[in-house]
Design a protein around this ligand. Structure first.
Ligand SMILES: N[C@@H](CCC(=O)N[C@@H](CS)C(=O)NCC(=O)O)C(=O)O
Length: 199
């Protein structure tokens, strides 16, 4: 992307939702303001700029943009990127659906909830993930890491999610070899090394 910007991205270094925007902004000057919402000060600050109290938030001059997908549309409009097709939108919805469920399960686990206690809603979150993986597989098989057009918001979203899922041990890709292969193939894509989760 070649344009001047005055962006501030509010995020964390671990969030997959933040990472996909960092990947999208790779090559564009912006300031990353790291917020830890698990700490009181970070939580109060985040609440003051985002009523939903979630990361990421993008600030562009006097505009505050909430939600990674809306941030994408905002940047797409500004940069005159082509519109996504309905099929592409569905893929993004599927990736975000798996990501939301995995993040919820991670937070429940971190809060001490037994994820094997048979709670109906927990079971629905768990079941959604492999189902989405199967839905994504035919598309993932078409991806070629040597084609620069294939490193886009969809693949950035999937990469951020799968990497985070394995890192947090919320995801096993053993039954999904094409998704495992995807992570391997795109590990040298632009911005991936620079945005990796610090250990
Ligand atoms: N739909 C939102 C989801 C963002 C999201 O879930 N962010 C997580 C971090 S990975 C968060 O801020 N969670 C805090 C909370 O749920 O209280 C987006 O696309 O930006």
């Amino acid at each position: 992307m070649n344009y001047t910007s005055n962006y501030t991205l509010i995020g964390s270094l671990t969030s997959p939702y933040v990472r996909k925007i960092r990947l999208l902004l790779h090559g564009t000057p912006y300031e990353l303001k790291v917020v830890n919402y698990l700490e009181e000060a970070g939580n109060e600050y985040l609440k003051s700029i985002n009523p939903v109290n979630k990361l990421p938030v993008l600030i562009d001059g006097d505009k505050t943009i909430l939600d990674s997908r809306i941030i994408y549309y905002y940047l797409a409009h500004k940069n005159k990127w082509r519109e996504l097709t309905v099929d592409e939108e569905n893929i993004l919805t599927a990736i975000d659906g798996a990501m939301d469920s995995s993040i919820s399960l991670f937070m429940y686990r971190r809060g001490g909830l037994d994820l094997n206690g048979g709670n109906t809603h927990v079971e629905r979150q768990k079941a959604r993930i492999p189902h989405i993986m199967n839905f994504l597989t035919p598309w993932v098989k078409t991806l070629d890491e040597k084609n620069p057009a294939h490193w886009n918001f969809l693949t950035m979203s999937l990469y951020s999610y799968l990497y985070w899922g394995e890192f947090r041990e919320m995801l096993s890709l053993d039954g999904h070899p094409d998704l495992k292969n995807f992570l391997e193939k795109f590990k040298n894509a632009p911005g991936v090394a620079e945005t990796t989760i610090p250990v």
